[in-house]
Design a protein around this ligand. Structure first.
Ligand code: NAP
Length: 269
């Protein structure tokens, strides 16, 4: 298996197109370590998940091999609060730098300029390497970009999978133009796409037939399809080493044009 790498924003930094999500991760640190060993070296967590500790254990001793992403919650978007939230995440993760620090979702209360001032201070001090956002619309992404004076927004983490392609109309084209990486969350639709019997019967039968033709699993076909875009990487969550391996093996090959189009047609609308 050869994990495909993609460039993060305009940074020149390469990240694997399959990472390791950790929301509701209840597996062992070894499972995440195994994922890193086989190429899924992008680990995503958040202060709100309660999994920064287990991620910290997983990366202990292999920190330099990992691209580490976490998120701050909007109740910490005031200047001093964000600086403190970052310190707390660093402590729980047992590291001195976060590679990608993301604003978990937009705030209605704190002006984005104030939050981004704190983000820029964190970059300047080397506590975070890159600034990301999550669940931001096109307009909110523009405002986030404009609020930064020295650095760029490199990624937007949003929901994207075969049962919800709504970001394809505006957000993906905008992010492609702006060289902002889309980090696709819930890429297996919270597990639905790993099983053949999903509610969309047409898609279900197409995935079953493509899976057989390609000699892959439904999860692999689903992940491979969304990752066919150059600026998308996916972060499935898997508790077991078997699922981690299966998800990683969604990378390093291409669906045939015919399979791609069948899925495209069946998953529209
Ligand atoms: N930014 C945000 O607001 C936001 C929101 C939601 C999620 N996220 C991020 O995105 C990550 C992934 O999203 P998600 O956890 O919502 O859903 P997901 O990755 O779409 O699905 C996870 C589910 O799929 C199962 N699964 C994974 N690989 C499988 C395989 N090969 N075969 C069968 N089942 C498989 C998992 O089971 P097992 O665990 O039993 O293996 C789990 O039940 C999160 O962990 C988090 O890091 C971010």
């Amino acid at each position: 298996m050869k994990m495909q790498l993609k460039t993060l924003g305009r940074t020149g930094v390469k990240v694997p197109e399959i990472g390791l999500g950790t929301w509701e991760f209840t597996g062992k640190p070894e499972t995440l370590r195994r994922g890193v060993e086989i190429g899924a070296s992008f680990i995503d967590t958040a202060e709100i998940y309660g999994t920064e500790d287990v991620v910290g254990k997983a990366i202990s001793g292999i920190r330099q091999k990992v691209f580490l992403a976490t998120k701050a919650s909007p109740n910490h978007f005031k200047y001093d609060d964000l600086l403190m939230a970052a310190e707390n995440s660093l402590r729980r993760l047992g590291t001195s730098t976060i590679d990608l620090y993301q604003l978990h979702w937009p705030s209605n209360d704190v002006p984005i300029r104030e939050t981004m001032r704190a983000m820029e201070k964190l970059v300047k001090e080397g506590k975070i390497a890159h600034i990301g956002i999550s669940n931001f619309s096109v307009q909110q992404t523009k405002e986030a970009q404009e609020a930064l004076s020295r650095y760029e927004v490199v990624s937007n983490q949003v929901e994207y999978h075969l049962l919800d392609r709504s970001i394809e109309s505006e957000l993906i084209p905008f992010c492609e133009r702006e060289s902002i990486t889309i980090v696709a969350y819930s890429p297996l639709a919270r597990g639905s796409l790993a099983h053949p019997s999903i509610r969309n019967k047409r898609l279900s039968s197409v995935l079953e037939s493509v899976r057989r033709t390609e000699g892959k699993t439904t999860a692999q076909v689903s992940l491979n399809w969304i990752n066919s875009r150059e600026n998308v990487v996916a972060i499935p969550k898997a508790n077991s080493p078997e699922h981690v391996r299966e998800d990683c093996e969604a990378s390093g090959w291409h669906l045939s044009q015919k399979s791609f189009e069948l899925i495209d047609e069946a998953s529209k609308g």
